[in-house]
Design a protein around this ligand. Structure first.
Ligand code: SF4
Length: 554
């Protein structure tokens, strides 16, 4: 750690922290991200009030960790932009973001400094690539820990801008059991498409393209179940309706801990009238844990995002994703479905093992698996990954200048144009309306029917909210959409069976995917899919916002 004084321990809280000597006004800002495949912007119009995807966990955590004497204002620019008055109010501006938001982070930093404010940047993007952000006054690298305390001490001492960039890097992470509840009270949760909660950090696996083990460690760190229940209380109090996403990189990174958590989640749901549905990210080996999946069903989990990456076994072995080889992939997906869990999957094109047949193989797999929603990304080498190191050594990592006109920084083994054409063809074929609705038809029969969902306690406001969503879904999907015939063929029988949650879920997902695919087909995909005009920014799949989940339960 490079910084000021080490942490002190406050008597009042029992957790490390800094006792503030001065009053400060801190503006916490989460930058805007452009439309992308995984953030579901097209579907927001179907849900009254929704303007952003998921609450920014990391920044809400920092907001909660700041000294209680300090005033904190929290703005998610996906909800509303920061005004000059907001900047003028603040003593310092704290920003957090992903690679996906790199351009917006730079813009926000320039605006804040233009008003003479001290700027601080933390979060996954700067932690992986501090060299991306030479213009920010202070960088906070790594997770909450000793660097955070030193940073707070620095701001307490002075809010003047340093002559040279200062860097605070965490050496000793704060135990997750000591994390405060994120400052959910600072946001209106009803403005978000999904709620979010974090149980663990880190992943024991070592997939070649992934930066999680390097950034967050291979020995997962965990919260206590009681902490999660307190956070869920706070999330519900902040106005969430519907789905809460466990943002853990791998929900079963520590199987024993996941087993221990689930009975608490079940009891929490029972005690509170089953107000929420859950979704998570996990590895495919979860399909071999029937006890765990049975408890997840009881706890009202509806969706699992799984990084399948490719159906080609040689490719999985080459990328060190051998955990996907323990069970035939289609069998694993069937196991998930049997417990009512819809699988959402990430897939990658541009691997060294790809051939001209890879796209067709992928489409055959999509058809056979009946997974409706897959994010299909071009391989991109993120810093702090084994892939990055390997390609750099082999001279196959393109410089920013060389990658400027490309959609990836990887010098593929196949011709670049062929890889991009294969990617384009795979997406546009997978998201033909007939194909997508056929996969959802399978889900209604083989997944949704296996759920044991309890209806949340109703109130007039909830009924009004539900009717308003349903009216929007029926109008946009059932009246104005080009694919309304396919929508009604699948959804009218569900309406008659009062499976309204499923109609809303199918409507919202298809509305987003089919509109987005139309953008891709019509050549608007470049800006949209890559979510940044800066083509050096990694693809959405690398941006860690991969959670298009059980939306109908909102
Ligand atoms: S891709 Fe998933 S399973 Fe693999 S290392 Fe990253 S978080 Fe772990």
């Amino acid at each position: 750690m490079i910084g000021i004084e080490p942490a002190v321990r406050t008597e009042e809280t029992g957790r490390p922290g800094h006792v503030a000597r001065n009053r400060r006004r801190i503006l916490c800002v989460f930058p805007v991200y452009a439309r992308s495949f995984g953030t579901f912007q097209y579907a927001y119009r179907l849900f009254p009030g929704v303007r952003a995807f998921m609450p920014p966990q990391g920044l809400l955590l920092i907001a909660a960790y700041l000294p209680p004497e300090w005033e904190v204002r929290f703005i998610d620019e996906n909800e509303r932009p920061v005004s000059d008055a907001d900047f003028d109010w603040a003593d310092a501006v704290l920003i957090s973001g992903m690679h996906l938001q790199r351009g917006a982070i730079d813009d926000l930093n320039a605006r804040a400094q233009g008003r003479g404010k001290l700027t601080v940047l933390g979060g996954p993007s700067v932690s992986a690539s501090p060299d991306y952000y030479p213009g920010v006054d202070i960088l906070h690298l790594g997770e909450l820990g000793d660097a955070t305390d030193a940073l707070i001490a620095r701001i307490d001492e002075s809010t003047s801008r340093p002559a040279q960039q200062q860097i605070f890097a965490t050496d000793t992470r704060l135990a997750l059991t000591q994390f405060p509840t994120p400052a959910y009270q600072k946001i209106d949760m009803a403005n978000y498409f999904l709620g979010s909660v974090q149980f663990s950090s880190g992943c024991p696996f070592r997939c070649e393209f992934c930066d999680i083990p390097e950034l967050y460690g291979r020995n997962p760190r965990l919260k206590e179940p009681a902490q999660i229940c307190r956070e869920l209380d706070a999330i519900v109090a902040a106005g969430i309706r519907g789905v809460v996403y466990f943002v853990d990189d791998n929900f079963v990174a520590n199987k024993k801990a996941a087993h221990a958590l689930l009975p608490h989640l079940i009891r929490w749901q029972e005690a509170n009238g089953f107000p929420l549905r859950f979704a998570c990210e996990a590895t495919l080996n979860m399909a071999q844990m029937p006890d765990l999946m049975a408890m997840m069903r009881e706890a009202q989990f509806v969706t699992v995002f799984v990084g399948i990456e490719t159906p080609e076994e040689a490719a999985l072995a080459a990328m060190e994703k051998k955990q996907n080889l323990r069970l035939p992939i289609l069998e694993a997906i069937e196991n998930f479905n049997a417990y009512g869990l819809e699988v959402v999957s990430g897939m990658i094109i541009g691997l060294d093992t790809d051939t001209s047949r890879t796209g067709r193989n992928l489409l055959r797999f999509i058809d056979a698996s009946k997974v409706p929603l897959l994010t299909i990304n071009l391989l991109y080498a993120l810093p702090k990954t084994p892939l990055y190191t390997r390609l750099e050594r082999a001279g196959r990592l393109l410089s920013p200048e060389a990658a400027a006109d490309r959609l990836s920084n990887v010098d593929f083994l196949m011709p670049y144009d062929e890889v991009v054409a294969m990617w384009f063809d795979t997406i546009t074929t997978a998201y033909e309306p007939d194909a997508l609705f056929s996969r959802f038809r399978y889900q209604t029969e083989h997944t949704f029917a296996n759920r044991a969902l309890h209806r949340p306690e109703t109130s007039w406001s909830l009924i009004r909210f539900g009717l308003s969503i349903m009216a929007r879904v029926l109008w946009h999907c059932g009246v104005t959409a080009e694919w309304r015939r396919q929508f009604w063929e699948l959804c009218w029988p569900l309406v008659l069976q009062e499976r309204i949650d499923e109609v809303i879920h199918i409507g919202a997902v298809t509305y987003h995917l089919l509109n987005f695919t139309r953008d891709i087909r019509e050549g608007r995909w470049e800006a949209a899919f890559y979510a940044s005009s800066n083509k050096n920014t990694p693809v959405p799949g690398a941006g860690r916002i991969e959670c298009p989940v059980g939306i109908g339960d909102r």
